[in-house]
Write a protein that binds this ligand. Structure first.
Ligand code: SF4
Length: 206
């Protein structure tokens, strides 16, 4: 239904390292601020460049995204981690998903959502990303799953073919739906889920 309504929205924009950095910069801020930070790198956003930058120089570039001290430290540590794989997507892909997830989660500033976003959008591991948009949408429909990260993730993962492309495109469609219709204050009129969703009915009966 999402695909029919919104069409194919593609993949997270940018090259692999840029996506990795974007996943950190977007924490607690709007994507427009991430874009302003990424513009400060022009065409040069490579792990080799970030390795050379001092923490102060990195902060200057990522300043528009906020929380720049913590995010700069996280980007530096993530880059050190990536270096052990020779900055190679293919080399990371030879490793088990659980190992890479544990390594990412061990980096300060990387939680489950960011780790899964990197695993999926950079390394094409089939792991479903759960974010605030998905939690809200799932709660309103509702889907028969608890609201905690792991249970909700298992609900999607267990009911879908284990296909990274499918997971990524599905996540992006729900994100779009959360921006266009299922916002904090939902715009239910015209929503393609009006017949399936419990939320408008619950509102009328309350
Ligand atoms: S009907 Fe309203 S609450 Fe339900 S999915 Fe659509 S926008 Fe969200």
């Amino acid at each position: 239904m999402l695909l029919t309504y919104y069409g194919d929205l593609g993949w997270w924009p940018g090259h692999s390292y840029e996506i990795m950095i974007g996943a950190i910069l977007v924490q607690n801020t709007a994507w427009s601020n991430v874009e302003r930070s990424l513009e400060n790198f022009a065409e040069d956003l490579t792990p080799q460049l970030v390795e050379k930058l001092t923490i102060e120089e990195l902060i200057t570039r990522i300043y528009p995204s906020g929380f720049y001290h913590a995010k700069a430290a996280c980007i530096k540590n993530l880059t050190v981690w990536y270096k052990q794989y020779g900055y190679s997507v293919q080399t990371v892909q030879t490793q088990p998903l659980s190992k890479i997830r544990d390594e990412l989660l061990a980096i300060r500033g990387i939680g489950a959502e960011t780790a899964d976003a990197i695993l999926l959008y950079v390394f094409y591991f089939p792991t479903f990303v759960i974010d605030a948009y998905i939690k809200r949408f799932a709660e309103r429909l509702p889907v028969p799953a608890a609201r905690d990260y792991k249970t909700l993730q298992a609900y999607f993962s267990d009911n879908l073919e284990q296909d990274a492309i499918l997971f990524g495109k599905y996540h992006i469609l729900i994100l779009e739906h959360g921006k266009k219709h299922c916002k904090k204050k939902p715009r239910c009129e015209g929503c393609p889920f009006m017949n399936e969703c419990d939320f408008p009915k619950r509102q009328k009966s309350s």
